[in-house]
Every structure is written in C-alpha cells, then in structure tokens.
Design a protein around this ligand. Sequence first.
Ligand code: PLP
Length: 367
Amino acid sequence: MTKKTEYTDDYEDKTLYLPGPTEVHEDVIDAMAQPIFGHRTERMTDLYTTIVEDTKEFLGTEQEVIVLTASGTEFWEATTLNLVDDSILVPTSGAFSERQANVAERLGKDVDRIGYGWGDAVKPEDIRDALEPGDYDAVGVVMNETSTGVRNPVEEIGEVLGDYPDTYFVVDAISCLGGDRIVPDEHNIDCIFTSTQKAFAMPPGLAVCTVSDDAYERELSKDSSSWYGGFQRCLDYYDRKGQTHSTPAIPIMLAYREQMKRMLEEGHEARDERHREMAEYTRDWARDSFDLFAEEGYESRTVTCIENTQGIDVAETVARVSEEHGMLFSSGYGDISEDSFRIGHMGEHTVESIKELTDAIEDVAGV
Ligand SMILES: Cc1ncc(COP(=O)(O)O)c(C=O)c1O
C-alpha cells in the first residue's frame, strides 16, 4: 500500500530537460494566477475561441482543432473509438507505440502490429505491404517515439495512406508537435495530437487534436464513439457556443493563451529551425562522447536518446546532475534505463541552455 508522503512546500526548482514536462516561461506561469471565472461566460468564449483559432493559425491547418482538458492519452482512446470499427494497424517500435496498440486492444479492436526493434524507425513500404491485403479502418503511428528518440517518417507514410482513402491516418505527435513542423492537411493525416507539457512548453493538463472533415463525418455515423473525446460533441459545441462541452481547466487555458501568443510571435518555421539546431547540437555532443540510440537518419528533433556506450551509472548521473546543477534529464525508458539516457530539447530551450546540461553531464560523469 502506498503511504502518504507529506507535501512540504519546500522543494528546489529544477530546470527541466525531460522529454516532457519541459520548462514553462514565467509569464505563462503567471498567467494562471487569476480568479476563476465561469465556464459559460463570454470571457470563457473569448478565451476558448482565441486558443483554438490561434492553434489553427500556428499549425497552418484548415482542419478543426479540439483543446480538451486531459492528457494526450485521451486522444489514443478517442481516435480509436471515433474512427475504428474493427481493425487498426499500429507499427510498434518502442514503449509509446506499443501502448497505443494496447489501448486499441483494450477497446476491443483487432490490432495488427508491425513490430520493429527499439531504436528502429517505421518504414513506409511496410505500411504499404500491410495495407495491400489488409482492410484497416485506421493506421496509428507515433511520430516521435519518446522512449527511443526515433522520428518516424510520417510524411512518407501519409503519402502511402493517400492511396487508401478509406483508411484513417492517426498520428500521435505528443512529444514533438510545435517543435517539429508538420501540416496535417498536406500529408493525408486525419488526426494529429499532442499534450501541452511537451514542445508547446505549457503546463500539463490539456490535449490538442486536429480533426479532418472526413474524420468528423465518419464519427457522425457511429454510435460507439467516445463521449468525452467525441469529435462531434466537442466540435459542435464549439460551433454553437465557442466553449467546451464540460468544465475545462481554466487556469491552464489562460497559460495556453499566453504561450500561444509567444509561439505565434516566433512562428512555426522559426520554432522548427530552433529545434533542429538544438537537436543537431545534442546529436554532435552525443556522437563525440557516446552514441545515438536511434537508427541513423531518423533521429528525433525534440528528444535525443543517447546510447550509454561508456557504461556510466545513468541513475547516479541523473541524480547528481539534479543535486549539483539543478537540472533534470531522463534515464532511458523501462528496460533500457541504464543502457541509454534522454535529453528533451524542446519548447523554451535553446542551444545555449542545452549546452549547460551537456557541460553538467560531462562534469558529473567525467566524459
Ligand atoms: C509519444 C507519446 N505518446 C503518448 C504519451 C502520453 O502522453 P500523456 O502523458 O500526456 O498522456 C507520451 C508521454 O510521454 C508520449 O511521449
């Protein structure tokens, strides 16, 4: 049984280099500290319509956008319930893609996996081979496999999906959207979703999903779709009232409003470029001192997974960098926790701030 460990109000703030949650700008934190207002007021309509329309503008999409009080996991469930009658194809190459497959199984769907080794990327031709004889309602792909630092080629997979218009393309871009530019409309993507605590650099608590016209239509004809994450319910309510169907996390939406202003000011392309620079710096550093876990040519732009070729004590290095330098990065995921470690270079970070971390790791690990 878990025992209560009293929260003390006495914790040291750390600079976050996790693959999410990540650093949040202080203006965005401050934006949350306001008296709560009613969720059926004009003020709420102003807030919600602003964040939804600004998100469309930032992403450069004509698709509808839902901002829902939930973590991103909600959209694994909702997209499956809304779009999959019987079967879904899920290429699995790490912990999160495996979890996506598992969610669909739990919901009673037939799940066909294409199993790759951890660190390998999904290959578009394998998707084509599986779709040729298969009759899938949807293909679900994790764009950025956070457990391995692999960036899957969703643009090319989308091209394949273009030849299968009856199969919906669902993309989990939870650990990269906002830092790795992709326009869903240009790649036959029906739904792409993220969580606010990742490359959007907002507090956790909201999930964001785009919805193509086809995906919306499809859900209209089904009565087994998700209630909470039902596209119809969310989007029709937005259409009629400019609000959410249930009480939202208002403080986090205030933070969203503030951060989205900053994101629009920087622009999606400039943000993408800044993330590329951070990723390149981190990769160069990793290659000099260690090696990369991800298959060459498929390295993530927001999370680098570093293979521990020097046999450092990863858990101890993480702990000491936290204690001695006040910076928090991540060990490897699950079974590869000591064989690798991960640096989240997303959101508010810059090459300079990432360099501060790599200097700290060098200092502690002596590499
Ligand atoms: C690729 C991916 N998918 C899904 C999730 C789950 O996201 P959340 O914790 O916001 O539900 C994560 C979390 O790290 C992730 O990295």
